[in-house]
Design a binder for this molecule. Structure first.
Ligand SMILES: Nc1ncnc2c1ncn2[C@@H]1O[C@H](COP(=O)(O)OP(=O)(O)OP(=O)(O)O)[C@@H](O)[C@H]1O
Length: 440
């Protein structure tokens, strides 16, 4: 039996698809009572990680644990984890209500729950409409409703804001925060920090399948570092002089300027003067979270020829199919990177609510849904994520006490590297009565 905490633990998770190292030695913990953003650019390994966590892909090494056990070993997975990996695969001719009833029956919850979750996600007025006619945003809501059927303790959502309009994004934010504040666990992935910035409490930022930052978002904001943008007469001469002076966080910008992080403009100007390099322009620039996110994760698809002063990619890294490029020349300092200037979501003026769904009540999880048997035990106190992330070394050894997953077997009936379940089943019929644990 599982420990019931609602905690997700990812331990040294690794997935190799032939030559592609999709996920490399990834470790993080997601605690109940908080919303955790799982962030990284396209192809960085987010979906693969979530699939491994949900037992849909067999790890090459490491393991993902939910309530202290693997997904396959959960007794009633649909009551523990609600997951949306892709908001597709609904039977186009089936109404939203009937779709939910099918899944409700599969996991053994009453039909009335279908109506409740329709209301919860704001699709109450669209319950009799066929899912085939739904917009992408409505499909996202229907997928979320399906994941909520089992009133799960943990929500795992892959890119849940995809296709949502601004009103939908604002609604989703409030819904997920309220869900987490009720003591549950929320893990959402996104390739856009700005999209989830106001929703999440902590973030796991990955690039090329490796952790770049793991910790509270506030730490990122608090450790903001400005940089100096300088236009020199001789870029190479200034870079050499800066390096001689021990300044190494240097980036060549596409517009010809040089960005220097962690120093004041006066210091840069003094070094330039000493080296006989003229300066045509100099300014200090505050870092913002979005730029920081880019700095932490860029390089994956960066065009060659830029950032000639960049770091090299991690040793042994091979990204087939893409031009390899170092991560942007930004000197990482213990992966506690700066950042600021939140990009606040603004409701667009004149925005009309989409027909077909209505704004659901706010804070649906501050109280348990009426008439529904609540399985979840509120943990005594939401734990805070650990402060100060220590970046694992590229060849990190498993944590002490951790047993390497020798003999780890894929769940019954699943082959290593198995492809997603068929399109018409977005929640992958999983182990027994669940139908909510996986995704398409
Ligand atoms: N079944 C598979 N076979 C081979 N390679 C795969 C498979 N699934 C994923 N990959 C590769 O693994 C890497 C990580 O992919 P993944 O889908 O996990 O990234 P992601 O961060 O979710 O990207 P996106 O934001 O675009 O969805 C990519 O290079 C991808 O091409």
């Amino acid at each position: 039996m599982h420990d019931g905490t609602g905690r997700i633990v990812v331990q040294n998770l690794t997935k190799q698809f032939g030559p592609v190292a999709a996920v490399q030695n990834l470790s993080f913990t997601v605690e109940p009572g908080s919303v955790t953003g799982f962030l990284g650019p396209n192809g960085s390994g987010k979906t693969t990680t979530l699939r491994m966590l949900l037992g849909l892909v067999t790890p090459s090494a490491g393991r993902g644990l939910i309530n202290g056990t693997t997904f396959a070993q959960l007794g009633q997975p649909a009551r523990v984890v609600g997951a949306v990996l892709e908001a597709q695969g609904f039977h186009p001719k089936r109404t939203a209500r009937n779709h939910l009833r099918v899944y409700a029956a599969a996991i053994g919850v009453p039909d009335s729950r279908a109506e409740q979750v329709l209301q919860l996600v704001g699709l109450g007025a669209a319950g009799s409409r066929k899912a085939g006619g739904f917009s992408l945003g409505m499909k996202q809501r229907l997928a979320l409703a399906t994941a909520l059927l089992g009133d799960p303790q943990i929500l795992v959502l892959d890119e849940p804001a995809n296709g949502l309009d601004p009103e939908g994004i604002a609604w989703l934010r409030s819904f997920l925060q309220s869900y987490a504040r009720s003591g549950r666990t929320v893990l959402i992935s996104s390739h856009l920090l700005a999209e989830v910035e106001q929703t999440v409490d902590q973030v796991v930022i990955i690039s090329r399948g490796q952790t770049m930052y793991y910790g509270p978002l506030d730490n990122l904001r608090d450790q903001q570092q400005s940089r100096v943008l300088v236009q020199p007469s001789d870029s190479a001469g200034l870079v050499a002089a800066l390096r001689e002076d021990g300044v190494n966080a240097i980036e060549q910008l596409p517009d010809g300027r040089i960005a220097v992080t962690g120093v004041e403009s006066k210091q840069v100007a003094d070094i330039a003067l000493k080296a006989g390099v003229s300066i045509y322009g100099i300014q200090e620039e505050k870092a913002d979270l979005e730029r920081l996110f880019f700095q932490l994760t860029n390089g994956q698809y960066a065009a060659p020829g830029q950032n000639q002063y960049t770091q090299q990619p991690p040793p042994g890294y091979q990204q087939p199919g893409y031009q390899q490029q170092g991560p942007g020349g930004y000197q990482q300092q213990g992966h506690q990177q700066p950042g600021h200037q939140q990009q606040a979501y603004q409701q667009q003026p004149g925005y009309q609510q989409q027909p077909g769904y209505q704004t659901p009540p706010q804070g649906p999880y501050t109280q348990p849904p009426a008439g529904y048997e609540q399985q979840y035990q509120q943990p005594p106190q939401a734990q805070q994520p650990s402060q100060g992330y220590q970046q694992p070394a590229p060849a990190q050894q498993p944590a002490q006490g951790y047993e390497p997953p020798t003999g780890y077997e894929p769940p019954p009936g699943q082959q290593p590297g198995q492809q997603p379940p068929p399109q018409d089943n977005p929640y992958g019929q999983q182990h027994g009565q669940s139908g909510l644990g996986g995704g398409a």
